[in-house]
Design a protein around this ligand. Sequence first.
Ligand code: FAD
Ligand code: NAD
Length: 468
Amino acid sequence: MADTDTIVVIGGGIAGVSCTETLSTLCKNESITLVTASPLIKAVTNFKQISRRLEEFDVVENPSSELQEAHRNVTVLQAKVVSIDPLKREIVTSTGESVPYTKLCICTGGSPKLIMKDDPNVIGIRDTESVSQFQAKLGGSRRVIIVGNGGIATELAYEIEDCEVVWAIKDKSISSAFVDAGTAQFFLPHLSGDKKVQEGPMKRVKYTVKPSPASSSESGAKGGALGPDWSLGIPMNGQVQRSRHVRVEYECEEIWRTKNTDWPVYALLTNDKLYGCDFIVSATGVVPNGNEFVTQNLDLKLAMDGGVIVNDCMKTNIDHIYAAGDVCSASWDWAPHWLQMRLWSQARQMGCYAAQCIKADLNDEAISLDFCFELFAHVTKFFGYKVILLGKFNGQGLDDEYDILLRMTKGVEYIKVILKDGRMQGAILIGETDLEETFENLILNQLDLSRYGEDLLDPGIDIDDYFD
Ligand SMILES: Cc1cc2nc3c(=O)[nH]c(=O)nc-3n(C[C@H](O)[C@H](O)[C@H](O)COP(=O)(O)OP(=O)(O)OC[C@H]3O[C@@H](n4cnc5c(N)ncnc54)[C@H](O)[C@@H]3O)c2cc1C
Ligand SMILES: NC(=O)c1ccc[n+]([C@@H]2O[C@H](COP(=O)([O-])OP(=O)(O)OC[C@H]3O[C@@H](n4cnc5c(N)ncnc54)[C@H](O)[C@@H]3O)[C@@H](O)[C@H]2O)c1
């Protein structure tokens, strides 16, 4: 049970845990209570900075006792929060327990935005439980349809084996939530045939689930979102031995489904094609759990995407209440080369920064926006390749008034640079290019690169020598 001077954090995902750990270090004399619906909580381990902005780390799911043991001023309460009373400054859990707070940080994540809720033939993937459900269904399947064109769909299209895959996308090219049509071309050969054999170690974050006696979450609440490398070590095999092949249906949506004796479900696409399949994966994005606590009492302002609006101090519109991670919408004036994407790295950064803001607030100190929000930087892996996205990597917000430099070696690497008025605005680096550090600097320092022209990507020139 929390005492009266407690900072409360809601949510045991990466945002909530990062916030709690940072608070514990910064505010040694305060007590901190993490209230989470899930029995397991996330932890970042082996954190390494692979460049100034790109982070490498492993992620584990631990029993909450480990957090309490490591941080003496932290108490973890496994409970679902059902309401927040900003006047009494307390939260109430589903078991009726109330916990007072001095400061509160909402880190309740998001929920999969499914094309059809409550249809057993349509599943989404968010947490460990939903992956188990997916694996079990896939094991007995001959054909699945993937709907959606973002991170999850891209990973599944690569990972699923021994099962026919139909990938139905609204766009003209695959993986459009991350890359443009030109870059997607580089990945197309990997939709069929053997998977890429990894050469050497990958600079990439890793996800591990530690076995724990605890298994069910409170009141059916979902666990934290899966993250980096969630699919590694998770066999994704169907029931028919066959070589990998993904059939992509472009520019269509799934509009209607029915049952039949041959297949558990038939899906009609807007291009008039009808596919029978065993089940449909809806990998169609995330809705922030922003409105979960909105009541007459708690008029939390939400953005158009459903996220809780936060300012550059991670504060919501309600006094003493902060938000971080997938649940929030960053509503400050973004730096020219930053954008919000609901990603693991941003959830961690926002959680840590929210803690710094809370500490500053408690001590009446000023705080300025953390430098991690100066440049968008994401490292991931698609189709077996390391993928690094920097700055305005797709020319976002540049109104098509930019130049593109490209370098591509089929099956090895793909480099795309976005330039405006000769200055680098963003880049996509696929493969082991080792250009991330130099490009980060070039985006941040806005050096005029006009005189280098295409030499900028000439493989015969050691670009580091130019700029370091
Ligand atoms: C399949 C998958 C793969 C992904 N892969 C990547 C990747 O490769 N790279 C990457 O950067 N990002 C990836 N992401 C995104 C990343 O996982 C999320 O952006 C990040 O984990 C969000 O963290 P969070 O703490 O904000 O929210 P969450 O992880 O969703 O955590 C929310 C927490 O709040 C708790 N909660 C919710 N409501 C309540 C309540 N009322 N009371 C108490 N507790 C509550 C939940 O139980 C949970 O513990 C992936 C996501 C998925 C689903
Ligand atoms: N490697 C990575 O970095 C990685 C991997 C997996 C997931 N994630 C993150 O996890 C979260 C969830 O992943 P996700 O793939 O579900 O979301 P996403 O936001 O990456 O992609 C959602 C996709 O679904 C499409 N879509 C939306 N509604 C649709 C509809 N009705 N019909 C057809 N298509 C529709 C969108 O156009 C978009 O292409 C995201 O925040 C994502 O960034 C990241």
